[in-house]
Design a protein around this ligand. Structure first.
Ligand code: ATP
Ligand code: MG
Length: 472
């Protein structure tokens, strides 16, 4: 059925309004082919836990428009017959705990729930489509992969050539494409969907958002995040043990978070060993009253040691002022960041030994690759299973150009373009940041900070108010 032309709607269709709410729906293949049959869902009675009859129940409350998304889950009718399905799975971008679980559960979900047997693994990211590396995936092949870190299908950056990819999808007769990856990957998935739509192919394109930084917009949380926060504890603990064992120990732990400091924030809140957490959203400063040096000195005098956790994207603008800016980009076009951990370690060492004439012991730990490479923990494994099964139900039902994920604790189908519009960042006026400030009692770096132009006066008042309220 893949080669029959269809009339497609754009995934950027104007959202419909219903009782004052906005409904943002995902395209559906049967909408364009109302003359074609849809088949009864072949799910076994025992597996049809809840055929979704209600459609738009997932509300994004923090959006002033009160956006409704289509609820994820099995439908009464499916668009594809099991033996007509030729599915493929691809993984792109950086590693994240849980990718293998998602791959495994897509394969098992397609096979166990819908009897699909023709499933291909595209190896090595997007470029794997046209460099012809494929693998036959069966439940047996993927049985144990969730116990390993990394991605069974391998990954890459760059190499997104929409036309070549869609040519390949068409040539191979693929009619379901599952794409696991971060913000860049989802942008690529949106382009693939557009091209598929333009060519009139009946192909379900499903995105499964992957980002260890938890920076994908709209969805509540991304998979691998819990595992990353848990694993970060080991690095923080190591730093704490090190600095506790020496005189004037200063431990610095750099965690992931290019533009969003969620891992640093949650790892700090979970740990209790962290004195100060630095994130990209909250510029800090070193010298003077309320600065980081003053705080480190106070904690050293008080406790004899201090632990600082910082996200990799923190203080980038500050470093750029002092170091020669690096204009480098990776193969996907992402800006290469300067190593803020090393920079900060040197700055603190210099300040205390040269300026303060005080001997300190600095210990710098960068556990990034250690954290990315581990298999997912129990809660992420369950979460990955839900994402994979939602994606399979959606594609089988004939939805396309969608991303899956929980919104307000309910799993939903979200137009791909919606999750790539913006990035999820730590909100400094939110209670969670206030809780962190109250828990560490670190400076908020709001006074006397020239770089703090992003946070206006009103926000500063809200932060101070929240902090007082949380402390009480
Ligand atoms: P992460 O940032 O979590 O590592 P990511 O998916 O953002 O994951 P990238 O390396 O940025 O990782 O992108 C992954 C793939 O998506 C690459 O193959 C890249 O070519 C492709 N891609 C990135 N940005 C775009 C874009 N704007 N349009 C089309 N394809 C893109
Ligand atoms: Mg990215």
């Amino acid at each position: 059925r893949q080669t029959q032309p269809i009339r497609c709607q754009s995934s950027n269709q104007q959202p419909a309004k219903d009782d004052g709410f906005v409904i943002e729906d995902v395209p559906h293949l049967t909408d364009f082919l109302s003359n074609l049959p849809s088949y009864p869902n072949p799910l076994k009675q025992s597996q049809a836990y809840a055929v979704v009859k209600q459609t738009f129940v997932v509300v994004q409350k923090d959006d002033p428009r009160g956006v409704h998304f289509r609820r994820a889950g099995p439908r009464e009718k499916v668009y594809f017959k099991s033996d007509e399905v030729r599915a493929c799975i691809v993984t792109c971008g950086g590693l994240c705990p849980g990718i293998n679980t998602v791959i495994r559960e897509i394969v098992c979900g397609l096979n166990y729930m819908y009897g699909v047997e023709d499933i291909l693994g595209i190896e090595g990211g997007y470029r794997g489509f046209y460099s012809k590396n494929t693998l036959r995936l069966t439940p047996k092949v993927v049985n144990d992969i969730h116990k390993r870190g990394g991605t069974f299908l391998r990954t890459s950056r760059g190499g997104h050539d929409t036309n070549k990819i869609v040519d390949n999808i068409q040539d191979r007769g693929i009619n379901q494409v599952y794409i696991i990856g971060g913000d860049g990957t989802q942008k690529g998935a949106a382009l693939i969907y557009k091209e598929v739509e333009k060519r009139g192919l009946q192909v379900a394109v499903a995105g499964i958002p992957k980002t260890i930084d938890n920076d994908i917009a709209v969805i509540d949380k991304s998979f691998g995040f819990d595992t990353a926060v848990e694993e970060a504890q080991r690095a923080i603990n190591a730093a704490h043990v090190e600095v506790e064992s020496v005189e004037n120990g200063v431990g610095i732990v750099k965690l992931m978070g290019r533009y969003s400091g969620f891992i640093a924030l949650y790892a700090t809140l979970a740990s209790r060993d962290v004195d100060c957490c630095l994130v990209p959203e909250s510029p800090f400063y070193l010298e003077g009253r309320g600065g980081l040096f003053e705080f480190v000195e106070e904690r050293l005098k008080e406790n004899g040691h201090v632990v600082i956790v910082l996200a990799e994207g923190a203080g980038q603008e500050y470093i750029a002022q002092e170091m020669q800016a690096v204009d480098g980009k990776d193969a996907s076009g992402n800006k290469l960041l300067l190593d803020v951990g090393l920079w900060l370690t040197e700055k603190i060492k210099d300040h205390f030994t040269k300026v303060q004439k005080m001997a300190i012991n600095t210990k710098y730990i960068d556990p990034t690759y250690m954290i990315r490479a581990i298999p997912s923990n129990a809660s992420d494994n369950i979460y990955c299973t839900l994402l994979a099964q939602s994606a399979v139900h959606g594609a089988m039902a004939g939805f396309s150009g969608f991303t899956v994920g929980p919104v307000n604790s309910r799993h939903a189908y979200i137009p791909i373009s919606r999750v790539t519009e913006t990035q999820n960042t730590v909100n400094l006026t939110d209670r969670m940041w206030a809780r962190l400030l109250a828990s560490t009692n670190q400076p908020s770096f709001l006074e006397g900070n020239e770089l703090h132009e992003r946070v206006d006066k009103e926000d500063v008042d809200v932060i101070n108010h929240n902090m007082r309220a949380t402390s009480i």
